[in-house]
Design a protein around this ligand. Structure first.
Ligand code: HEC
Length: 259
């Protein structure tokens, strides 16, 4: 059998030590080794190998032989060309994997519209159950059109004072600041939003914002503020009326099957 070249032996030793660090120490024994520390150990290993092969001239020559052959020998042309192509490709892939960032949260892992809690609250006051609470101004739509308009107008004022920065002039989620947020602000022109939820759900989401989303809706960093800190209970119901009037979409009522 042909003797294995010294260079190959050293390469195998290096890879074995690297795998040992990564998967035995870092994996099975699970000592948390940061990659920068592993890199440092690997440099030390390279240094040790170089010291070992270079103490004797003969050994060093033997170690370098495959490298010289690869670089200069006519018979090693294929290997040479392959290396010249592969090395830049590997470096490119490595650089790319370091530079590219993945900002998108994994979409399937979170619930965008989690179920509201059983009790609907404003600050710490219980208003009623999320199933049953209705918008206190909704009945005016039939009973007193004039009063209803006043509440919608109040809602419009609330919206353009507080919400349009993010949710947009046209309620389409394209506000000035929208691009800075992940997830994006809700687009109320999307037929998948308002018609699918009761007004109590919208009240819950507006009053508690991103910070009180339940664990099922994480991981994400919703920028939606906690509006019960800034708006009165009436203002929140009024802005909901405005969302529905402006888009023409009606929220579900408690009678229509659960979502
Ligand atoms: C700082 C930006 C910002 C402002 C201002 C803001 N929102 Fe939001 N809002 C968001 C983001 C981001 C989301 C999407 C993430 C989430 O559901 O929490 C959202 C989600 C919502 C939802 C939930 C929609 C759904 O699909 O479940 C409602 C309702 C809502 N906003 C209403 C409002 C109202 C009403 C106002 C004004 C009183 C307002 N928002 C102001 C950023 C904002």
């Amino acid at each position: 059998m042909k003797r294995m070249p010294l260079f190959t032996k050293c390469l195998i030793l290096f890879v074995l030590l690297w795998l040992f660090l990564k998967f035995v120490i870092g994996g099975i024994i699970s000592v948390p080794l940061p990659s920068s520390l592993i890199a440092m150990y690997l440099w030390l290993i390279i240094l040790a190998i170089l010291v070992h092969v270079s103490v004797e001239d003969d050994r060093f020559r033997e170690f370098l032989r495959p490298i010289k052959e690869t670089l200069a020998d006519e018979s090693k042309k294929v290997r040479r060309t392959a290396l010249f192509v592969l090395i830049p490709l590997v470096m490119l892939g490595f650089t790319f994997s370091k530079v590219s960032t993945r900002a998108d949260p994994p979409a399937a892992l979170r619930t965008a519209h989690p179920a509201p809690p059983a009790d609907l609250t404003y600050r710490d006051k219980v208003i009623g159950t999320s199933q049953e609470v209705e918008n206190p101004f909704r009945h005016l739509e039939k009973d007193d059109a004039e009063a209803f308009r006043v509440h919608v107008e109040n809602g419009r004022r609330v919206y353009y004072q507080n919400c349009f920065f993010c949710h947009g002039d046209n309620l389409d989620g394209k506000g000035h600041f929208a691009h800075g947020f992940q997830p994006l602000p809700a687009n109320f022109q999307d037929p998948g939003i308002i018609p699918n939820f009761q007004e109590s759900f919208l009240f819950w989401r507006i009053s508690k914002g991103g910070p009180e989303l339940p664990p099922a809706a994480t991981p994400w960093d919703s920028a939606m503020p906690v509006w019960e800190n800034y708006l009165t209970e009436e203002e929140i119901w009024e802005v909901i009326l405005f969302l529905s009037e402006y888009t023409g979409y009606r929220p579900r009522t408690s009678g229509e099957g659960a979502h």
